[in-house]
Design a binder for this molecule. Structure first.
Ligand code: BTN
Length: 319
């Protein structure tokens, strides 16, 4: 957000209750109308701000996820409905049951903690209390570039973090959100498809927010709380990510693939680096990450000059 928006946010945060538009305007030397516009902008980013005709504005910093269902954001592309569960094996499992039972697109399952959180490539995902662990059910019907969906989700998270908290989060191909080389967020896309159509997609997003990172993961992972030096209200962050994702999902449905890839590249922490890729076949290749193509594939130039297009697997940044 711009400087003036950050200043308004700071006043709202510090006032811990209502503060009048007139006081905010006076403190910053701007007009009441501008305060009003800025509050509108902040709300559109996900912040929960209440307006009262006499008392003014109050920023609600809600960390209690059981209240998330009341604060599902309204967006033009996805009608979100949030379900909260205190504990489950994985939000992907709960979402799968709901999807089979015809839950509509936009159904979101958020859990305080998961006992068997799933990561990409069969890995386990550590999901203690204090983090933000959720799955969105999507029903895109036919979708020719499913791979771009996972990139779009990464862009949505990086963008929400940048705009709401001025965190310069980068994207490590395909969709890890990293800060200073450490992982802040992981994304898992699971889909149920028939030969010619996708029945549903389970988009799982896990963000380390106020949770502890266990000692053995501290060199690879980081929580938002450490980056910002304070706890972050998870309801506003969830809203921010859902709003941003709806925008990128609409780009995907509108086949604006270039926009997604360009946005991904703007946030990239991978391009230009030397990387080692482990393909799903087990093969390992090294080279320079030079591009991401219109399908979301990572283009690598090997040491012999040959180009490789990586469409699945995992990479390691080598420097
Ligand atoms: C990865 O980086 O390996 C992907 C991690 C995905 C974690 C999220 S948390 C919400 C959803 N439920 C899960 O069990 N996993 C995803």
């Amino acid at each position: 957000v711009r400087f003036i928006e950050r200043e308004v946010l700071k006043i709202l945060r510090e006032s811990r209750g209502y503060v009048s538009g007139t006081d905010i305007a006076a403190a910053l030397g701007i007009s009441r109308a501008l305060v009003n516009r800025i509050v509108g902008k902040l709300k559109s980013l996900g912040f929960v701000i209440e307006a009262h005709p006499r008392r003014g504005y109050a920023l609600l910093e809600i960390d209690d996820l059981s209240r998330a269902p009341e604060y599902a954001p309204r967006t033009p592309t996805i009608e979100y409905r949030i379900h909260y569960i205190e504990r489950c094996t994985s939000t992907q499992d709960v979402a799968e049951d709901l999807a089979r039972a015809q839950a509509p697109e936009g159904t979101v399952i958020v859990a305080e903690e998961m006992s068997c959180g799933r990561g990409r490539l069969g890995r386990k995902w550590f999901a203690p209390r204090g983090g933000l662990w959720f799955t969105i059910i999507l029903r895109p019907g036919a979708i020719e570039r499913l791979h771009l969906l996972s990139l779009a989700a990464g862009v949505a998270v990086a963008e929400a973090l940048n705009e709401m908290y001025s965190v310069s989060a980068g994207l490590k191909w395909p969709n890890d959100v990293v800060v200073g080389g450490k992982k802040l967020c992981g994304i898992l896309v699971e889909a149920k498809a028939e030969a010619d159509r996708v029945l549903y997609v389970l988009l799982g997003i896990g963000i380390n927010v106020n949770n502890d990172i266990p000692p053995e993961l501290r060199d690879q992972a980081i929580a938002l709380r450490e980056v910002l030096g304070r706890n972050v209200p998870r309801v506003e962050l969830l809203r921010g990510v859902l709003i941003s994702f709806a925008k990128w999902y609409s780009a995907l449905k509108g086949r604006r693939y270039r926009d997604i890839v360009d946005a991904w590249k703007r946030h990239s922490a991978t391009l230009g680096k030397r990387v080692r890729a482990r393909l799903v076949t087990g093969e390992v290749v090294e080279g320079i990450a030079i591009d991401v193509d219109g399908y979301g594939r990572l283009v690598m130039r090997g040491d012999d000059g040959s180009l490789r297009y990586i469409d699945a697997g995992d990479i390691e940044h080598l420097g």
